[in-house]
Design a protein around this ligand. Sequence first.
Ligand SMILES: Nc1ncnc2c1ncn2[C@@H]1O[C@H](COP(=O)(O)OP(=O)(O)OP(=O)(O)O)[C@@H](O)[C@H]1O
Ligand SMILES: [Mg+2]
Length: 282
Amino acid sequence: MSDQMSTHSFTAEPAAAPDPAMAAVPAVSFRGLSVSFEQADRTSHQVLRHLDLDVPRGQFIALVGRSGGGKTTILNVLAGLITPAAGTVSVLGRTPAEARTSIGFVPARDALLPWRSALRNVEYGMEARGVDRHERRRRARHYLDLVGLEHAADRWPWQLSQGMRQRVALVRAWAVQPELLLMDEPFAALDADTRQSVRLKFRELLARDPSVSVIFVTHDLDEAVLLADRVIVLSGGEFIADSMVPPRDGHDGTSDELTGAHLALLRDLRNALRHGRDDGRI
Ligand SMILES: Nc1ncnc2c1ncn2[C@@H]1O[C@H](COP(=O)(O)OP(=O)(O)OP(=O)(O)O)[C@@H](O)[C@H]1O
Ligand SMILES: [Mg+2]
């Protein structure tokens, strides 16, 4: 069987009924967020500087910026993996550590546990959340099928291509039915055709549950404008641009062509990325 995406129609899990009280709580809110790392020479390097952000429920944010700018660091703070030097951080109305079981995380690479098959990697996140074995297996197979990997369920990670591994990592995050998805360049390792089909599946999934919020790190500005509701540019440890993406009416997700207002936004974002802060850092 081929490693292509499945072409049958999408049949995701039914979305959970939205809880109106929870809808009022932002997905993410931080104030004065600062993160510093100690360097080899014992000096401190401040990566994030007094950042403020509010992400309403259901919003899809693309976070862009040059390499080393602190994008992954922000995701790690939200996932509770890094404690900030200063600031307050709230995720789904809780601390990042408390919210952990409601977060799906798709790291940039090397996400899979090498001693587990593809199927058991997808089950892993559900195991940690106490989903029973039968349900875990059913859901894992369902989601692997969704991204065309049903034939690879019993393979080890080293027997999968990078693109296949990345798709397993994606569905592992989806399978926990998260309220917040943190995605770190999730499609960067895929070839153009596979990226477009995984993107399409991803959009279909999100369209079924508009209450899921997403923070999506990418170096691909076109991808940011194609997928997100809002694009934020991080430069020199600060947010230097924060733009809403014009509605993509009539854009069914099968084409990656952008026109009009989207191209203008792309131009602005490219300029922001190019110029960054006055000191040239971005
Ligand atoms: N655990 C750590 N200890 C020390 N320094 C770190 C640590 N994590 C990140 N850094 C440093 O913080 C800065 C920001 O790193 P980060 O990984 O967040 O950047 P990024 O924007 O995700 O970059 P890329 O686009 O290349 O993935 C870099 O200078 C990096 O070396
Ligand atoms: Mg990164």
